[in-house]
Design a protein around this ligand. Structure first.
Ligand code: OAD
Length: 227
């Protein structure tokens, strides 16, 4: 079970949120990524995610995304990601669960279950964008102040993990950051991050203090040595 955050996509050129020059240093997070912010100024929020989509189009999966696909030859790999990019899918991962939504999708403002994929030639949305069913649409993003619909599925997956890997997350945004607490006692945990958060209080974490691409090589070596 692999839990990924913005750091895994950093080497693809996608900015993280909380590193120096990260997104939240340049945009007021509660204006562009909260339910209140969306109510107050939906135009600004649409513009913010239009820009994120343009950035994503220029990006390609990096060695860390690909290394997770490679591991599927020998392991049942499930990715639980906080990322809204589609780089795990483009790399070829078979099982990807998005906790915070998906940039390349929009959803109905009135019906959270009505979701459409954006067509690559029509990635710009505005508060007037309508879905094929006529509903007004919004970015398919879980805003702060909203529940995380996939968290229960994620907890179920983590409870069944034989190995738990965390890559590139500051472990500050809940409930995602709390997933690690559901790992069964004795399960090996690996945390790849060049600037890892404190894991004091979580027993048995092997911290690999490296960027995602290098860290995945180290992890693969460690896993295969044990087999
Ligand atoms: P953060 O920006 O909070 O943390 C990024 C993490 O990636 C940090 O721990 C960095 O040290 C690490 N990092 C940076 N470069 C790296 C690299 N090359 N390889 C590996 N790790 C690297 O991002 P998240 O923890 O993903 O939510 O943020 C969680 C949530 O906060 C996001 O999903 C987003 C945001 O607000 C929403 O917008 C709902």
């Amino acid at each position: 079970m692999v839990s990924t955050g913005a750091g895994i996509s950093a080497e693809s050129g996608i900015k993280t949120f909380r590193d120096a020059d990260g997104l939240w240093e340049n945009y007021p997070v509660m204006q562009v990524a909260s339910a209140d912010g969306f109510r107050r100024d939906p135009e600004l929020v649409h513009k913010f995610y239009n820009q994120r989509r343009r950035d994503l189009l220029k990006a390609v999966p990096n060695g860390a995304h690909k290394a997770l696909v490679e591991l599927e030859k020998d392991y049942d790999v499930y990715v639980i990601t906080q990322n809204v990019d589609d780089l795990h899918e483009r790399a070829g991962s078979s099982h990807v669960l998005h906790l915070h939504g998906e940039l390349m999708k929009i959803r109905s403002v009135s019906d959270p279950d009505y979701i459409e994929s954006l067509d690559i030639d029509h990635l710009e949305t505005t508060p007037a964008t309508r879905g094929r069913n006529g509903d007004l649409m919004r970015p398919h993003i879980v805003f702060f102040q909203e529940p995380v619909p996939n968290i229960e599925k994620a907890v179920d997956l983590v409870r069944r993990a034989d190995i738990f890997v965390v890559i590139g997350t500051s472990l500050v945004v809940y409930p995602a950051a709390g997933l690690i607490q559901y790992v069964r006692p004795g399960t090996p945990i690996y945390y790849i991050d060049p600037n890892p958060a404190s894991t004091a209080g979580i027993p048995g974490v092997h911290v690999i203090k490296e960027k995602a691409t290098d860290g995945m090589k180290t992890l693969a070596r460690m896993l295969y040595e044990k087999r």
